[in-house]
Design a protein. Structure first.
Length: 312
């Protein structure tokens, strides 16, 4: 049985990935830091390890003990708002944490296939003539978070080039689904359910003109596994749907799925400090490996509404 180490296993994507890998008869070792509520239903099926990715000695010890065949590095500080961001913590987790993991693998003398989770934020704002962003797009990071992820991406390339570690760099666009917190899909569906409960007819919203590329997390974890199976080490791959929706389209779609009458109410305080207008990825490279998204956004939103109805 193959052994897989997942850093950030207690997070949104990590918990879905752990559940998916169990279906593949993979022995899952989940590294968690701030608890693992998302993994309560899996605690008897996976091995949970408490570790701060910033602690290089602990990371080294875990890698040496587990000797995984596969690693998914998902642990990250994902706060992207500059006004609320702890700059040093972001770099420590996202960049140095990646260095700690890769160096631990090198020192252990093992060669697991490593899926290194990056971000579409590395690319930065797209120009008007750049409709779909592919992997050859240069880095123009517009936030400290994006800078930290771009640096981690380059560390992955370096450790492949210099030490021949089989590293696959995955640049994730917006991944959403039931259980997600803090993105437009989650905020809208939660707000709609709260409005249903409280009989309100207005939902506070921010910028509705921005265009984003969303992939359902259940499709996303299948893509991550397909990359481990078939991707070329050293290469970068976009994980995205390849389709853009304006935030207004998403809001209207979510509202249409509720029987409650509600309208969006723009509020200045909901606007983000940095909000690039259009972010759509090109997933051609990933599709060539035999993956394509199966779950339409409408289905994702419907499932998220049901999730919040159970939670609230």
């Amino acid at each position: 049985m193959s052994k897989c180490l997942i850093t950030g296993c207690g997070g949104f994507i990590g918990s879905y990935l752990a559940e998916y890998l169990l279906q593949k008869d993979i022995d899952v070792y989940g590294v968690v830091h701030h608890g693992a509520k998302n993994l309560d239903h899996l605690k008897e099926k996976i091995t949970l390890i408490s570790c701060d990715i910033q602690d290089k000695d602990s990371v080294k010890a875990i890698v040496a003990e587990v000797k995984p065949d596969i690693i998914f590095h998902l642990a990250a500080e994902s706060q992207v708002e500059p006004l609320n961001q702890n700059f040093e913590k972001t770099f420590s987790i996202n960049t140095l944490g990646t260095l700690h993991l890769l160096e631990a693998v090198r020192q252990a003398g093992i060669t697991p296939v490593i899926g290194l989770a990056g971000s579409s934020a590395e690319y930065g704002p797209s120009h008007q003539d750049e409709v779909h962003i592919d992997e050859t797009h240069g880095f123009r990071p517009s936030s400290l978070y994006a800078v930290s992820k771009a640096a981690a991406d380059m560390l992955g390339y370096f450790y492949w080039k210099a030490y021949h570690l089989p590293i696959i760099r995955v640049r994730l666009f917006n991944i959403t689904g039931p259980g997600r917190i803090g993105d437009a899909c989650s905020d809208f569906t939660r707000g709609i359910v709260e409005s249903e409960r409280e009989c309100k007819n207005k939902l506070e919203v921010g910028n509705l003109e921005a265009v984003r590329d969303f992939t359902d997390v259940r499709d996303g974890v299948k893509a991550l596994w397909r990359l481990i199976e078939r991707a070329t080490p050293g290469e970068a791959y976009n994980l995205c749907s390849g389709r853009g929706y304006s935030i207004k389209q998403i809001l209207d779609m979510a509202i249409s799925l509720s029987s409650h009458k509600i309208k969006g109410s723009p509020r200045q305080r909901k606007l983000r400090f940095i909000d690039d207008p259009v972010y759509i990825g090109d997933n051609s490279k990933l599709r060539k490996l035999g993956w394509e998204p199966q779950i339409p956004l409408e289905k994702t939103l419907a499932d998220m509404l049901e999730y919040w109805r159970r939670q609230i």
